[in-house]
Design a protein around this ligand. Structure first.
Ligand code: FAD
Length: 450
């Protein structure tokens, strides 16, 4: 089979280079990069790969952090880039939904929606594309309010590896006519097909925000404060993020333009980013800055105040620090990063326990963590500060940490970044559901036909 001439491809190593390297430096090899512009062309590409016996990896914005968006080093794996797939951008204002091709960047989607007072409510420090966001089920900093991509996808168009096109779900929000098959393609890294379009739920843009950096009185005080805020301001709370001293310190070293908000520049052991926000403000509503000051003052007056200090500031400045943490930590030295998920209380217990255990068993490691405490997400970043890079060191450290996460704390070894080569070993060790059982379930459902 030959590929139709209108499908663009790259095979010059210089032109392909950007498609072969991931954000964490992982580099693959590939004989060809496909650049389809329509769903029909994606079908052509996957059929071609099938006939030529060529494995392929779908790639969107290539901002993924588990090495899954680039080919392996065999030079026998094609890249199916969705970056030119921009056929559709169909806004349904009445339904507050958008049908959009997989190759649009998140920033572009939100820029185009801004005039309509709407946005796709996933917020993070990178600028991925819609297809990749679906495949990784992106979380982000405002998960607490809006949930993840899964919660905000109404429908998908997916091309299976045989070239069949499936329309799964629809703009209809209420539909209870069987299993919601689109979820097979959300957060499964393209294993079951390539996403070419998504129908997204949109939310009214936020017009009022109030943010503060809060220094908690102790580790346990963080959850006391979170519960206090949820009780007192409920849905106004849109972010409750924590940042460790080490992560903040390395970020200031890396990004000197960032403003250090702390008294005398002294970074506390832990700092929380707290945000209240809302899309509309009625004339009788108290300004959110006053609401935030008032609820924090209430917490301060509790018998065992969970707050040691609170710094109020412009949301853009405060979020600039939070969004710079990933790159700040990365710049600090050899990084072994984990993206973990726990129940909220276990985040605190795990951090304290691991600080002790790692100091004893891996003393050359510095913990530079931060995360989304409001939803139990922890970016547990370890920097190797000392000693030669012995073979097997990283594997031993990864196995050690993941064992604690899953077996001791009942947590997830991949909260929001997916599986990829970095996590495959743990996916096999701790399978959510064995593949043969999944196949059996699908067959059973079909046989029953109801
Ligand atoms: C600075 C920084 C901050 C980040 N912060 C967060 C955060 O807060 N929360 C979070 O969840 N993530 C975060 N990430 C990770 C990353 O941005 C997300 O995982 C993102 O959603 C990936 O989208 P992408 O378009 O870049 O996908 P890619 O990196 O191109 O691909 C990711 C995976 O999806 C598959 N894939 C891509 N496109 C398709 C498709 N159309 N169909 C099927 N499979 C496909 C790929 O094969 C790969 O397995 C961050 C990354 C960086 C660099």
């Amino acid at each position: 089979m030959t590929l139709p001439a209108e499908v663009k491809t790259l095979s010059d190593p210089k032109e392909m280079a950007g498609y072969l390297q991931g954000v964490r430096g992982e580099t693959g090899k590939s004989p060809v990069v496909f650049l389809p512009e329509t769903t029909a062309q994606v079908c052509d590409c996957v059929r071609y790969c099938g006939q030529e016996n060529l494995r392929f990896v779908p790639q969107s914005g290539n901002t993924g952090l588990v090495g899954a968006s680039v080919p392996d080093t065999s030079d026998a794996m094609a890249v199916l880039s969705l970056s030119r797939l921009r056929e559709r951008f169909e806004l349904d204002l009445a339904n507050r939904s958008l049908r959009v091709s997989a190759g649009f960047r998140l920033s572009e989607v939100n820029d185009r929606l801004a005039d309509h007072g709407l946005f796709f409510p996933i917020d993070l420090g990178s600028d991925p594309m819609i297809g990749g966001m679906v495949a990784t089920n992106t979380g982000g900093g405002r998960f607490l309010r809006y949930g993840d991509v899964r919660r905000n996808v109404l429908g998908l168009t997916v091309v299976l590896d045989g070239g069949e096109v499936l329309e799964l779900g629809s703009p209809v929000r209420k539909d209870n006519t069987g299993p919601d098959w689109k979820h097979m393609h959300i957060g499964t890294s393209g294993w079951y097909g390539t996403v070419t379009e998504a129908i997204l739920n949109l939310e009214p843009v936020v017009t009022e925000q109030a943010t503060a950096i809060v220094v908690p009185a102790s580790n346990d005080a963080m959850l006391t404060l979170l519960r206090h805020l949820e009780t007192r301001v409920g849905p106004l709370l849109s972010a409750f993020e924590f940042m460790s001293r080490a992560a903040i310190g390395h970020t200031f070293d890396h990004a000197s333009a960032l403003k250090n908000p702390f008294a005398r520049g002294e970074i506390p052991e832990t700092a929380l980013l707290i945000e209240l926000s809302r899309p509309t403000k009625a004339p009788w509503d108290t300004p959110l800055e006053e609401v935030l000051e008032a609820v924090l003052a209430e917490a301060w007056e509790r018998p065992e105040a969970p707050i040691a200090d609170a710094l109020f500031g412009r949301p853009e400045e405060i979020w600039a620090l939070r969004h710079a943490l990933s790159e700040g930590v990365k710049s600090a030295g050899p990084l072994i990063a984990f993206d973990l998920g726990f129940t909220r209380d276990k985040v605190i217990a795990f951090r304290a326990d691991m600080a002790r255990k790692l100091a004893q068993d891996f003393p050359m490691i510095e913990v530079c963590d931060f995360g989304h405490l409001g939803d139990g997400g922890l970016h547990f970043n370890l920097i190797k500060t000392d000693g030669p890079n012995e073979p097997g060191f990283e594997r031993a450290l990864r196995d050690y940490v993941v064992k604690q996460v899953v077996e001791v704390y009942g947590g997830s070894f991949s909260a929001e970044h997916g599986i990829g080569p970095k996590n495959l070993r743990y996916y096999e060790a701790y399978p959510a559901i064995p593949d043969d059982l999944l196949e059996q379930q699908v067959k059973l459902f079909r046989a029953r036909g109801r």
